[in-house]
Unconditional design. Structure first.
Length: 139
């Protein structure tokens, strides 16, 4: 797909997300997608595979925030297989604390599917409001 087609897809995905509908996002994830949370804090890690991204990262976030939160994109930059999205989250934790983080999200697409995501955000705000990311259980 062209850069313009990739951008159009990401714009459609984020239009849905802004309305609380993540169906197109989920459908567009490759089964072998990787999502890397950047930084040097407890949330910094790489999630490998669609199931892990949805369960381990987004499932954990859903367990912490009230329903009705959304993320609204305000800038899209496309170059080849990459689309960069600047966005702002508008969520409230289950404890009633606002969580409005700013994101820079870098997506790599292949044949209309998201194969890589890199997430940049305010790590101090994330950890202060959402708490540390759980340490995986040891076998």
């Amino acid at each position: 797909m062209s850069a313009a087609e990739n951008r159009k897809l990401m714009e459609a995905i984020f239009a849905g997300i802004a309305q609380g509908d993540s169906a197109l996002f989920v459908a567009s994830l490759s089964d072998d997608v990787t999502l890397r949370v950047t930084g040097q804090y407890s949330w910094s890690r790489t999630f490998v595979g669609k199931a892990s991204v949805l369960r381990d990262l987004f499932g954990h976030v859903r367990s912490l925030v009230q329903k009705g939160g959304r993320t609204v994109a305000h800038r899209f930059i496309a170059d080849g297989d990459f689309v960069v999205v600047e966005a702002r989250g508008d969520m409230v934790t289950k404890a009633g604390v606002p969580y409005a983080n700013d994101y820079c999200l870098v997506y790599r697409l292949r044949d209309g599917r998201i194969v890589e995501m890199t997430k940049y955000n305010d790590s101090i705000l994330c950890e202060r409001v959402l708490g540390p990311f759980p340490t995986p259980a040891q076998p």
